[in-house]
Every structure is written in structure tokens, then in C-alpha cells.
Design a binder for this molecule. Structure first.
Ligand SMILES: C[S@@+](CC[C@H](N)C(=O)[O-])C[C@H]1O[C@@H](n2cnc3c(N)ncnc32)[C@H](O)[C@@H]1O
Length: 258
């Protein structure tokens, strides 16, 4: 089902038009009375619905992103280790193949990595484009988001058609799993996002494309006790309090295949 885009702000109608064209969203002139829709307000783009359910938006400047930026723990944090950030070694080029609301991608860009955010849902991609735009004019975030590039595409196809010279060092994957682990962990305020995006049932194909494209490793984010993606077995893992990172080292996989 397509999610409409509504804008009540005359001053922002041009931006709404651009978002609708870029992400093929139907632009409506009346606020919907049922279902979910994207609404462009004076400050930001939000995914909303009738009733009490919280609005969903991507955010890199304030709130949790600000906290993570200031207190996130830098290269000591588990995700930094999982993608292989070490000492003075060059920063990896990362493809975040399941960009979502860009929280993981933003952490990686805060650590200094150049990150290509690939997102197939037009709703999530539009929310990301809006947040990137807002962050690009704020002094605290402009340098970080300058390292982030948004691509609206299916990652399995996009990664498979990457020219050799553009292959990333690391592909990061965090799919929405239909199992109890991730679904149970979905916070209340993310209900709308979950309802609109749905489960990602094709993660095995994405993992295989990611392994084909990454030069060094693929990192899959999972709930601590969740099953790994079906298919290729991880060559390592990094377990945290609630999250586990399954690591697919390209070198180890090549060694196992020869
Ligand atoms: C669990 S969310 C990711 C959350 C994200 N890591 C964050 O920090 O906000 C999964 C997202 O991946 C996207 N996705 C899943 N499979 C994809 C694919 N093959 N190509 C592009 N996007 C994909 C979904 O549309 C969804 O927005």
C-alpha cells in the first residue's frame, strides 16, 4: 500500500513536491482521515496516523542522536569494534544496506566513516532525506552528515550492480525480522514504522549480495538471542547486552571456500 504525503504549510509545498517526486509518493491536498501518511510540517517530515500513536521521524541533531554523539563511547563502542575500527587504520567505507531511520548509519558517520545509506522503502527514505537536510545546516552535525549519502534502492540489487572500484570495505545489515526477538523489541513509538515497512523476509538474498560486494566484512545486527540470517554461517560474533553483531569476514569465507 502506498503512503501518501500531505503538507499543510504553504511555505513548504515546494519541498513536499520535491519529496513526492524523488520518492514517488502520492502528494495529497487533504489530510487523510485513516491509515498512515507522511506529513510535512513547519519543522520536519513525520509519519503519522489518526489517534494517539506517536509520530515517527528521523533525527540527527537533537534527542537520542545528540546523546549518542556526545556520550556514545567513540571507537570503544561495540558497533565500532564490529565494523573493525582499529587504532590509526584508515576508516572503512561503509554501506548501511538497511538504513531505516539512519540511527546506526549516523553512529558510523560520527565515528568518521563515509556511509552510503541504502533504503528501499520510500517512506523511510523520505524521512531520512528530511533529517539529513535538517542536519546539514546545523553546526553540530553538518560535518557528520556530509559523510552520509542516501540511495533509494533495494540493496540486494544495488550491491550486485556496484562497479568493482566502488565496492565498500564493510556492509552493515539490520533487517526487520519476523521472529519474536526483533518484533518484541520494537518500541511503542515505532509501531507506525513497523506497520508501514513490515518485516524483511528476503534477508538471505541481501546477505549473499552483501558478501559478494564487501571487500573486508559484512556485519549483521541481531537481537542478542536471535537466530543468524539463514544461509552462510557467520565467521565471528560480538555479543553485547541486548544486541549481537554477526561478522562475516570475507577473508575467512574465501579461505573456507578454497
Ligand atoms: C530494522 S530497520 C533498520 C534500522 C536502522 N539500522 C536504524 O538504525 O535506524 C530495517 C530497514 O531496512 C530496510 N530494508 C530491508 N531490506 C532492504 C533491502 N534489501 N534494501 C534496502 N532496504 C532494506 C527496511 O525498509 C527498513 O527500513
Amino acid at each position: 500500500m502506498t503512503t501518501p504525503l500531505y503538507c499543510a504549510e504553504p511555505a513548504r509545498r515546494h519541498t513536499a513536491q520535491q519529496l513526492a517526486e524523488r520518492f514517488a509518493l502520492p502528494l495529497v491536498t487533504r489530510r487523510p482521515v485513516e491509515g498512515y501518511w507522511l506529513e510535512l510540517g513547519p519543522e520536519r517530515l513525520e509519519l503519522v496516523t489518526v489517534g494517539k500513536q506517536g509520530a515517527v521521524f528521523a533525527e540527527f541533531v537533537a534527542g537520542a542522536a545528540k546523546h549518542r554523539r556526545e556520550q556514545g563511547g567513540g571507537r570503544g563502542q561495540p558497533v565500532a569494534k564490529a565494523i573493525g575500527l582499529k587504532g590509526a587504520e584508515a576508516l572503512p567505507l561503509v554501506v548501511d544496506a538497511t538504513a531505516g531511520l539512519g540511527r546506526d548509519g549516523f553512529v558510523l558517520a560520527t565515528l568518521g566513516c563515509a556511509v552510503t545509506l541504502v533504503e528501499r522503502s520510500p517512506v523511510a527514505a523520505a524521512l531520512l532525506a528530511d533529517a539529513l537536510d535538517r542536519a546539514s545546516t546545523h553546526p553540530d552535525t553538518m560535518d557528520i552528515v556530509a559523510r552520509m549519502t542516501l540511495v533509494h534502492a533495494d540493496s540486494a540489487q544495488w550491491l550486485s550492480s556496484l562497479p568493482d572500484a566502488e565496492r565498500p570495505d564493510v556492509v552493515f545489515v539490520d533487517p526487520m525480522f519476523p521472529d519474536t526477538g526483533k518484533t518484541a523489541a520494537v518500541k511503542k513509538d515505532m509501531t507506525a514504522f513497523q506497520a508501514v515497512i513490515g518485516d524483511d523476509l528476503d534477508s538471505a538474498a541481501l546477505l549473499s549480495a552483501a558478501i559478494g560486494a564487501a571487500k573486508n566484512r559484512v556485519v549483521v545486527k541481531r537481537p542478542r538471542l536471535g537466530a543468524p540470517i539463514e544461509g552462510v554461517k557467520p565467521s565471528g560474533e560480538q555479543v553485547g547486552k541486548s544486541t549481537r553483531f554477526d561478522i562475516y569476514s570475507i577473508k575467512a569465507l574465501r579461505g573456507a571456500a578454497s
